[in-house]
Design a protein around this ligand. Structure first.
Ligand code: PMP
Length: 477
């Protein structure tokens, strides 16, 4: 007798229920994929029409749309709208030192916003987070850098340092000291003063009208610094500004004695020394501040990025007690420099929590240890691939140079590093390149990086180098 099931019986059978559930799941997944594609297309079109991106090829954005639209961050990882997960090998813009998605920061921010998000710090108004953060930073900075002016980022910090230096000389009765000297390959930001101090020519060529009184010395030449000061007239030089390790210029780590020599020359000619610690500050190099590697105390130190790990916009300048004392004695009337957000209560409270995390989790020490391990990893890759030139790290700031010939340092006709980082991105690792006079891949992973995560980074690098060797280098493209 043939067995005829009623519909009710069919749908109530366990096997059938599972099958139907599966069909629903697949349909749902397809619907989600479809919705994601639709959303991505919509955002791409809106991005192209309405969002003028910072430091971006407009041509590339207009033809291809955003390279990724991120929706989530967790630890060293970022997730894009399509669900792809990447290691954020640059801490985004050298800044997310404590990693993404920290709930402790979210809680502190929520609390501060509900209590006091913002109030003015002009005309000597104040707030507790700003006072506490200034005090905390004073306790961390080397030497007598004990007073802090707050900004919202690195460019504002460097403009502030430059203006404070010039103002200082006005107060000291040396108004002719206006000139600022910086180094080739340096990057100090994009505000008018910061752009003018930037030694990477391409940033200055963005416009053809430049601020006066900025001068550049060959990157690591102490002799050139002295000659330049002599040629300009020492009595006309207000300050020398330098990153402890140049970031955007290629992670250039100076010789051990370089800054000692710089300090000596500055002292000899009475010139202020400004350290731009925007990248190197707050643990990046395995010490709290980059200058600590060189045993030198600058007169001013600009900072940003790692002070809040990018959770809010924050920066500042720490000035020496000597400068502060002079300001206190000589300044009459109002200090005519201040940003609306100088001493922003929310930003400062987040900064405090960020520093607490750096300290409690020993992230500065971790940066030093992982930086050493990263260098070992780079050296192993260097042994394996002949087109890797010099490699270097200082803490979790690193670089791998790509060269056609190690012996002569000759570069490939077409830079390899941009192709390389596209390929690492396909494999789940975001990196960045420097191609001004070089062909370099740079690294700046979050300071929370674990050994397992570092190994995963190195594995992706190895796989990508192998791919580049086979598809480009061996084919002599
Ligand atoms: N100085 C240095 C050393 C930097 O690396 C940067 C930013 N990459 C800046 C200043 C400028 O900072 P911001 O982009 O926050 O203005």
């Amino acid at each position: 007798m043939c067995n005829v099931f009623s519909l009710k019986e069919i749908f109530s059978s366990v096997g059938m229920r599972i099958a139907i559930k599966k069909v629903y799941e697949i349909l749902n997944e397809k619907r989600l994929v479809f919705m994601t594609i639709q959303l991505k297309e919509e955002l791409k079109t809106l991005d192209q029409k309405h969002f003028l991106h910072p430091t971006t090829s407009i041509e590339q954005q207009q033809t291809q749309g955003p390279a990724a639209i991120f929706i989530e961050g967790n630890g060293i990882y970022l997730k894009d709208i399509e669900g792809n997960i990447y290691i954020d090998g640059m801490s985004s813009l050298w800044n997310v030192n404590i990693g993404h998605g920290r709930k402790e920061i979210a809680e502190v921010a929520k609390e501060q916003i509900s209590t006091l998000a913002f109030s003015s710090c002009f005309a000597s108004f104040s707030n507790e987070p700003a006072i506490r953060l200034a005090t905390k930073i004073a306790s961390l900075t080397p030497g007598d850098l004990n007073t802090v002016f707050f900004t919202s980022g690195g460019s504002e910090s460097n403009d502030t340092a430059i203006k404070l230096a010039r103002h200082y000389w006005l107060l000291k009765g040396q108004p002719e000291r206006q000139k600022i000297i910086s180094r080739t390959h340096s990057y100090h930001g994009v505000a008018m003063g910061a752009t003018s101090a930037t030694g990477l020519q391409a940033f200055r060529d963005f416009t053809n009208s430049h601020a006066p009184d900025f001068h550049y010395v060959y990157s690591e030449s102490v002799r050139n610094l002295r000659e330049t000061i002599e040629a300009l007239g020492p009595e006309t030089v207000a300050a020398f500004i330098s990153e402890p390790v140049q970031g955007a210029g290629g992670v250039n780590i100076p010789q051990k004695d370089y800054f000692k020599e710089v300090r000596k020359i500055c002292d000899e000619y009475g010139i202020l020394f400004i350290a731009d610690e925007v990248i190197t500050g707050f643990g990046r190099t395995g010490k709290f501040f980059g200058m600590e590697h060189y045993g030198v105390v600058p007169d001013m130190m600009s900072f940003a990025k790692g002070v809040s790990s990018g959770y809010v916009q924050l920066g500042g300048v720490a000035i020496s007690e000597t400068i502060h004392q002079d300001l206190c004695e000589l300044s009459k009337g109002t200090l005519m420099h201040g940003y609306t957000y100088s001493g922003h209560a929310l930003a400062c409270q987040v900064g405090l929590k960020n520093i607490e995390i750096l300290e409690q989790e020993n992230l500065v020490e971790n940066a030093a240890n992982m930086g050493d391990a990263m260098l070992e990893g780079f050296r192993a890759l260097q042994e394996k691939y002949s087109f890797i030139g010099r490699v270097r790290t200082l803490g979790l700031l690193g670089a791998i140079e790509l060269v056609k010939s190690r012996e002569t340092g000759e570069l490939f006709e077409t830079a390899l590093s941009p192709i390389f980082v596209q390929e690492t991105m396909k494999r789940g690792l975001i990196l960045r390149t420097v191609t001004y006079d070089q062909d370099t891949v740079v690294f700046s992973p979050p300071l929370i990086l674990s050994r397992v995560e570092l190994d995963e980074m190195l594995r992706i690098l190895d796989e990508t180098f192998e791919h580049i060797r086979k598809t480009i280098v061996e084919k002599n493209i």
